[in-house]
Write a new protein. Structure first.
Length: 83
């Protein structure tokens, strides 16, 4: 399962706040430019620290900033086999 960032929210925020670069935004949030780039491009899941920093910075709920892609079915089936 992959955690996807709401890109439109990020782009709208940047426009509203007149933020010109993703690198500037990353520094403001307190994450590396490379990490934010990979997250925005769907190449990396954000870890719990990055998620926390982003939620604190933007002041929104998890559901507003992130969504899940994929299914928990595989996880649930493997848990059933163990039990």
């Amino acid at each position: 399962m992959q955690i996807m960032i709401n890109k439109q929210f990020i782009f709208d925020y940047m426009e509203r706040e007149n933020i010109k670069s993703m690198n500037y935004l990353a520094r403001e949030i307190g994450v590396s430019e490379a990490s934010l780039s990979r997250i925005m491009n769907g190449k990396r899941n954000p870890g719990h620290k990055v998620i926390g920093k982003m939620l604190l910075y933007f002041g929104v709920s998890f559901e507003r900033l992130f969504s899940f892609e994929g299914s928990l079915t595989k996880v649930n089936k493997s848990v059933e086999k163990v039990v």
